[in-house]
Design a binder for this molecule. Structure first.
Ligand code: GUN
Ligand code: FE
Length: 627
């Protein structure tokens, strides 16, 4: 009613003047709210607050803007009107907090009564309004409305005419030219922009308002504190009035080596197997020292959260205590994570390898310790590095531990041709690389297979059969020249695919970057193949970054989108943040803006990062300042 009654209200104000209608507006707005105090049903409230108060507020708004418009001229009019507009904006920001306090203190009935009283003040303000004198030269002479004027009005008109001015009984000047006429209505009814505007307002505003009202309740059910829910509503409200903020599900990084972060952005001159021995293993070995590990792990967790990763599947090192340090850091900030102590008993450098029995014992100790520490959002993960680094004996024991404890599993698979050759030679009795993991009992619904570039269709069938998922790490695949994963084929074959940064084979810790790299990879395949090939688009990669990732981690019953019953893991996005990487233009649709965020966005656009309703970005800032 408030937003749709503009036209009749304008007619009323035009006919009866600002003062009378303003008083009337105050009376209606106030009465509707006061009557709501006695409400016994929703239809009662719809009538009192929705219809009576809504019409009163609309009338009040038209009266206020008209009186300001009539009172001021030239530039002053624009300044005055902008004060009115920004005043109502300030009110909109302050009111959620005021209402919350009133509801907490006096209950909703008391709150309605108090706000009704406040609205009643409008009657007094308009009652003391002086009739306005309007410059007659503003309108054409001889078209003044004089019918039915009071003596006082006629006296005033005399004054006005003396000053070459005119007005009507309530201070509002009504030239006959401006009278609503059938002709004008007819013209208006043929004015297509006007009609489109009216339809758009009628359709969108009620939906918009009800969504926001629903959102506050929704946020509360997602374990937000009341104040936090209001604040988020406020952010979205301000954002929406300026067409800026939106909320998306948090990003899921399905494959990231936390222990390789010191090398992030360097050491990319050689292919994967040489890269492992030359740079990666020596770096991971330094994490035996706990103080070193703590500092580096803090950095990587900070970086990925800033980039909007709410859930990560981390690979740590072969060191149990050091891996537990990583868990402690993740827990202290509140990120959701799967964390694995790495297993490797062969083909590594001497200083970074385990005996088979030790590897198994340490894995069991790690799982037990994670359980003992009762982390809220962290799960342990069985992490045989890849078949090239693990004996069948080790992998089989790990498979048993995983299956008996229904634990997550993560490993590498078919990343480079050289690695596939190596593995084939190591396990000649197995039909394929994937078959090795299957034999060991490592392929389950909770298994994440990183890369999977060089798979046969038979291997993909096996992965599908076991309901395991693939972590696509496109930045890494190109940075260390492993190959191009054909994600479209995997998706067409119903294999779950998520995105991974694969730090530090990949040089970016951002899932936004992974989305872009996935599109580049897919486009490259499309260029190289036939015209029918359907490359991934921004919607596909966004899905992989959120719900797709959640499925790969077998967590899609908890996270991945905003379905009722899931946890509130989300990002608050400002696409046009000051000093940010995106320019938003007037004709950009919401879909355009989301696309721009995917292609151009970075951490500057991510204002808040929520895990289970907690703003973990804020936790991070607090912890950093304490450190
Ligand atoms: N294969 C075995 N280990 C690794 C690793 O650390 N990174 C990548 N990208 N591939 C691997
Ligand atoms: Fe990796």
């Amino acid at each position: 009613m408030l937003l749709n009654a503009g036209f009749p209200c304008g007619q009323c104000v035009n006919k009866f003047g600002v003062r009378k209608m303003g008083i009337c507006a105050g009376f209606l707005a106030s009465t509707g709210l006061i009557l709501s105090f006695f409400a016994t049903s929703i239809p009662y409230l719809i009538t009192t607050v929705g219809v009576v108060t809504g019409f009163g507020l609309s009338l009040g708004y038209v009266s206020i803007t008209t009186s300001v418009g009539e009172h001021f001229n030239g530039k002053a009019r624009f300044v005055a009107l902008s004060f009115v507009a920004s005043g109502s904006g300030c009110g909109a920001m302050a009111f959620p907090f005021l209402l919350d306090t009133l509801i907490q203190t006096y209950g909703w009935r008391g709150c309605l009564l108090i706000v009704g009283g406040l609205m009643g003040n409008m009657i007094c303000f308009f009652a003391v309004c002086q009739p306005q004198l309007v410059d007659k030269s503003y309108y054409s002479p001889g078209l003044l409305e004089t019918e039915g004027m009071s003596q006082q009005t006629q006296h005033n008109q005399q004054i006005c005419e003396n000053r070459n001015s005119a007005m009507n009984g309530s201070g509002t000047f009504i030239p006959k030219q401006q009278r609503p006429s059938i002709e004008k209505l007819r013209l208006l009814s043929r004015n297509s922009p006007f009609i489109v505007f009216i339809i758009a307002v009628c359709c969108t505003l009620p939906a918009y308002d009800s969504t926001l009202i629903y959102l506050i309740e929704f946020f509360k059910t997602k374990s937000f504190a009341n104040k936090e829910a209001l604040l988020l509503y406020f952010f979205m409200n301000v954002g929406n009035t300026t067409g800026r903020h939106f909320v998306v599900p948090g990003f899921v990084d399905t494959h990231i080596h936390a222990s390789q972060y010191p090398n992030c952005g360097k050491c990319l001159d050689v292919g994967m197997l040489s890269w492992l021995h030359k740079y990666t293993i020596p770096t991971e070995a330094k994490f035996a020292e706990l103080e070193f590990a703590r500092k580096k792990y803090w950095k990587v967790v900070t970086r990925v959260i800033k980039n909007g990763t709410t859930t990560a599947s981390y690979l740590a090192t072969i060191y149990t205590d050091s891996t537990l340090e990583l868990c402690d850091i993740i827990q202290s900030v509140g990120q959701r994570a799967i964390v694995g102590k790495v297993n490797m008993d062969q083909n590594s450098l001497d200083f970074y390898t385990e005996k088979t029995v030790t590897s198994v014992e340490e894995t069991i100790r790690y799982i037990q310790e994670v359980a003992r520490r009762k982390y809220t959002h962290i799960k342990p993960c069985i992490t045989p590095r890849f078949a090239g680094n693990c004996s069948m004996e080790l992998m089989t024991q790990l498979g048993q531990i995983a299956q008996s404890g229904k634990l997550h599993v993560q490993t590498h698979l078919a990343e480079t041709r050289e690695e596939c050759d190596m593995v084939r030679k190591l396990f000649p009795e197995n039909r394929s690389y994937t078959d090795i993991y299957n034999d060991a009992g490592l392929l389950t619904q909770k298994t994440v297979l990183a890369h999977g570039i060089h798979l046969t269709s038979e291997e993909r069938k096996l992965i599908r059969l076991r309901h395991s998922g693939i972590s696509h790490c496109p930045n890494s695949n190109i940075a260390i020249r492993s190959g191009l994963l054909d994600v479209r084929t995997c998706l067409d074959e119903n294999i779950s695919v998520g995105l991974g940064t694969d730090i530090s084979g990949g040089y970016s810790s951002s899932i936004l970057n992974a989305m872009r790299a996935a599109i580049c990879t897919s486009n490259t395949i499309a260029i190289q193949t036939n015209l029918e090939y359907r490359p991934l688009d921004y919607k596909d990669v966004f899905q992989m970054a959120t719900l797709g990732g959640a499925k790969v981690l077998d967590m899609d019953d908890v996270i991945g989108n905003f379905e009722v019953g899931k946890e509130f893991d989300a990002l608050l996005i400002d696409p046009a943040v000051d000093g940010g990487p995106i320019d938003v233009f007037e004709d950009d649709t919401i879909e355009d803006i989301v696309q721009k965020f995917i292609f151009l966005g970075d951490d500057r656009n991510i204002l808040r990062v929520f895990v289970s309703g907690n703003n973990i970005l804020e936790n991070l800032i607090k912890k950093s300042s304490e450190a």
